[in-house]
Write a protein that binds this ligand. Structure first.
Ligand SMILES: NC(=O)c1ccc[n+]([C@@H]2O[C@H](COP(=O)([O-])OP(=O)(O)OC[C@H]3O[C@@H](n4cnc5c(N)ncnc54)[C@H](O)[C@@H]3O)[C@@H](O)[C@H]2O)c1
Length: 322
């Protein structure tokens, strides 16, 4: 079990806020929760994400950017940070084609600022939220962490691969105990509003057409946020994971058309589909090989997709009603 102060970046985000809650439940750690509450999506949602833990006696919430290297250096020293869970970042595959600079600044520059802040300090773990997008075009499916990587098809994927390489270099050269968790299409309550499942749910509920890019045959390895957070917690504790990349996926890819059907069933409404051209940034399929995660982290996803979709739809209706 982990012990000491944990810095969680992106704590007001979708996955970060779930990880904070799990850390409060499962550990006695003090948590320094950092987020700059930028308007990547409705800031009110980010405020709502932290509402459940902001007043917790073991939580300190700080509103600042991790790209501020001098600030991060002071914070890590003053708070005697022992673990970093770096969930903060600028996410979104297609959006990154329109604004590649931002992804480079936040995901690469920000990770570097954090690594510099912890370099030479006593640290138990530096956990990076990386992404299945690092596998890219040409990587054999299912994706194996230590098999050949392809070419990422978006500035987002490139920024995550660059951040991984910085982490692995800081481990080899400076001894920063880094782990790169490669997350696969995470979903669940508080899902980012730009992600496919959120877009589909909103459109079907409102009786609006769903923009479907390509023919719907693209497959994604949807993974429930509770499973991902269990894997992240295990990675914070696992010594053998240091210096490694580890997949946190579900290993059951689902075609996007099937996702739409499941959402429509859960909502009890019909979906109207509006076909749009496919994006060259979309890989045809993602699928995690989970043998390394099982071996190192005892990671076994528990939530089946149909069950997770029903629970997500319930959450969506509950929060839309408030
Ligand atoms: N959601 C997924 O399916 C998925 C898949 C793979 C990887 N990831 C990665 O997991 C992490 C969390 O993703 P998410 O879906 O929860 O996204 P999110 O946008 O909900 O959360 C990210 C948080 O980081 C914060 N942030 C961004 N830049 C910051 C900065 N400079 N300083 C401080 N805070 C900053 C944002 O305000 C946001 O609250 C991201 O790094 C993302 O790239 C997500």
């Amino acid at each position: 079990m982990i012990d000491g102060t944990v810095l969680v970046t992106g704590a007001a985000g979708f996955i970060g806020s779930h990880l904070v809650e799990l850390l409060l439940e499962e550990t006695n750690c003090r948590l320094v929760c950092l987020d700059d509450f930028n308007p990547s999506y409705d800031v009110a949602r980010k405020r709502a994400n932290v509402a459940g833990f902001v007043a917790h006696p073991r939580v300190r919430l700080i509103e600042h950017s991790f790209c501020d290297a001098a600030f991060m250096q002071r914070l890590v020293a003053e708070e005697a940070i022992r673990y970093v869970a770096h969930l903060g970042g600028h996410a979104g595959v297609r959006a990154s084609l329109a604004d590649p600079w931002r992804y480079e600044q936040v995901n690469v520059g920000g990770t570097l600022a954090l690594l510099e802040a912890v370099r030479g300090r006593p640290l138990e773990r530096f956990l990076l939220a990386s992404s299945s997008t690092v596998y890219g075009w040409g990587a054999p499916v299912p994706f194996l962490e230590d098999g050949p990587l392809g070419v990422p098809l978006s500035p987002y994927g490139v920024s995550k691969r660059a951040a991984e390489l910085l982490c692995l270099m800081y481990w080899r050269v400076h001894g920063v105990p880094a782990v790169c968790a490669r997350l696969f299409s995470v979903y669940g309550p508080r899902l980012r509003p730009d992600l496919a499942l959120a877009v589909f749910t909103r459109a079907i509920e409102r009786g609006q057409p769903i923009p479907l890019y390509g023919d719907g045959s693209v497959q994604r390895d949807f993974t429930h946020v509770s499973d991902v957070c269990r894997g992240l917690l295990a990675a914070l504790a696992c010594e053998a994971a240091v210096g490694e990349a580890v997949n946190l996926g579900h290993a059951e890819p689902i075609a996007i058309r099937e996702v739409i059907e499941l959402v429509a069933q859960a909502l009890g409404k019909a979906a109207q589909i509006e076909l749009r051209p496919g994006s060259p940034a979309d890989l045809p399929a993602t699928c995690a090989d989970l043998s390394k995660a099982q071996r190192l982290l005892n990671y076994r996803p528990q939530i089946g997709f149909a069950e997770g979709v029903r629970a997500y739809v319930d959450w969506y209706r509950d929060t839309a009603a408030t």
